[in-house]
Design a protein around this ligand. Structure first.
Ligand SMILES: Cc1cc2nc3c(=O)[nH]c(=O)nc-3n(C[C@H](O)[C@H](O)[C@H](O)COP(=O)(O)O)c2cc1C
Length: 441
């Protein structure tokens, strides 16, 4: 059995109140009375043994595409099952006097509240919860789209209010104004230190250098000993400055603005310094090193011939092509070995011609091949083969080393295979024997 009510201003979202078999018919009456003025309100009186199916039928019959579900006590289990079975239809779930079992993961926002504050307290909690505007988007997709913006990486620190330094990794840094000197960062409300930052007299922004990826990982963690594990000193305005940073700004709190699931923390710069260290970069969930990108640009603009190639994986195997210069020889997909100098766009054309849909990721190596004097720039990436064509797929454990063109290619692929095994790639610049290897994600 179901009852439905909505008042003249009931333009809000639909709310489904669940009344299990053992619940009194009066349950939710004070909530229904209030919320029916602004929402389409439906109450389900569970009758059979399949309350999820009953709820779904009711929503179908009333042509309600999506709903907020409210349940009390053990009826919370019905709400849980409904949300798990129909995640597209359940926008939010509010539990009153019900603790979902541990490890419960619902995709929608959840409210837990108690009945002991009386009907008014429940109404207040529900009104606040149901009044929150939800994004119309899949948040993972939105996060990926935001991640297309290349940023630097900072560690934001504060001396705090209790003498305990706090800090976390942030890429939401923005310079705001020169007169007065202002900057901002955004702090997630889920961060353990959000309240400390909200109330602290100031904070420092440390712009990380490309040597500091590990420090970034440390401060993005929940470790309680972040400041014991890092090298730092107090700044002129009292906030911790991380040693080795490319730049730092010690700030007084200027303004705190509430912004959805973050707060915007604006700081007035009291002191700052910078070095010529290369800043660490971040894009699409990966760290990038601008120094290496620069090495690639330099290599490409140098007088010698430039080869641009790719180490591609397809279904976990290495993509190779026949070497036109040697019978039985194999090469990596590369542009510029013959003809004009290679470039990334030529490499793309070549991959398309060979029937591959390839995504080139980050740079893997930039070096001068001593045998050929060529400047070599190699990216790593993934390839989807539309047509097998001329491609040869090799297992990483069984690369046909003697069919590869030179020692530089062999030594680069040996390193790739080893780093692939442990899932941690480094970037390499130099020649095939000496150079610097830098860790990136
Ligand atoms: C590259 C990167 C950038 C990040 N940017 C931010 C950010 O701008 N704001 C934020 O609140 N958290 C950001 N985080 C997540 C925090 O560093 C992380 O949640 C941290 O655990 C918060 O520390 P706390 O919970 O100990 O306060 C970022 C993490 C990484 C790896």
């Amino acid at each position: 059995m179901a009852s439905e009510g909505h008042g003249p201003r009931a333009t809000g979202e639909a709310i489904l109140f669940i009344r299990g078999k053992r619940q009194a018919a009066r349950l939710w009456a004070p909530q229904i009375e209030i919320l029916a003025a602004t929402h389409r309100v439906v109450a389900l009186d569970v009758e059979g043994d399949d309350p999820v199916a009953e709820a779904r039928r009711l929503l179908d019959d009333l042509a309600i595409p999506s709903v907020n579900v409210v349940a009390c006590g053990d009826d919370g289990l019905i709400a849980l099952d409904l949300a798990a079975a129909h995640p597209q239809r359940v926008r939010r779930v509010a539990f009153v006097d019900f603790e979902p079992p541990e490890n419960t993961r619902l995709l929608c926002p959840v409210l837990r509240t108690r009945a002991d504050g009386g009907p008014e307290a429940i109404n207040g909690a529900l009104a606040g919860f149901l009044g929150q505007r939800l994004s119309r988007f899949d948040n993972r997709e939105l996060r990926s789209a935001f991640g297309s913006f290349i940023t630097g990486v900072t560690i934001v620190t504060t001396a705090g209010v209790d003498g305990q330094p706090r800090g976390f990794t942030a890429n939401s840094f923005t310079s705001v104004s020169l007169e007065p000197p202002l900057l901002l960062i955004c702090v997630g409300k889920a961060a353990a230190s959000v309240d400390v930052f909200r109330h602290a007299a100031g904070f420092a922004v440390n712009i990380l250098s490309e040597e500091q990826k590990d420090t970034s990982v440390l401060f993005a963690s929940k470790r309680p000993d972040k400041f014991e594990a890092a090298r730092w000193r107090p700044g002129p305005f009292g906030n911790p400055l991380i040693e080795g940073s490319a730049a730092w700004f010690d700030c007084a709190r200027y303004q705190v603005i509430d912004a959805g699931d973050h707060i915007i923390l604006m700081g007035h710069v009291e002191a700052f310094a910078y070095t010529d260290a290369n800043p660490l970069g971040y894009a699409r969930g990966h760290y990038i090193t601008l120094g290496l990108e620069q090495a690639a640009v330099n290599a490409a603009s140098s007088a010698s011939r430039t080869v641009v190639g790719a180490i591609l994986e397809s279904d976990g195997r290495l993509v190779l092509l026949p070497d036109p210069a040697r019978p039985d020889g194999l090469i990596l997909p590369e542009a510029g070995r013959t003809g004009p100098n290679g470039s990334a766009s030529q490499l793309h054309h070549l991959l398309v011609r060979e029937g591959m849909d390839a995504t080139l990721g980050f740079l893997f190596a930039v070096f001068e091949n001593p045998e050929t004097r060529e400047q070599c720039i190699y990216y790593r990436g993934e390839a989807l083969l539309h047509a097998r064509g001329r491609t040869v797929l090799a297992d990483f454990e069984d690369i046909p080393w003697d069919r590869l063109p030179d020692e530089a290619t062999r030594s680069m692929l040996r390193r790739f295979a080893a780093e692939r095994k442990i899932g941690r790639f480094k970037v390499y610049s130099g020649d095939h024997r000496q150079g610097t290897v830098k860790a990136v994600d």
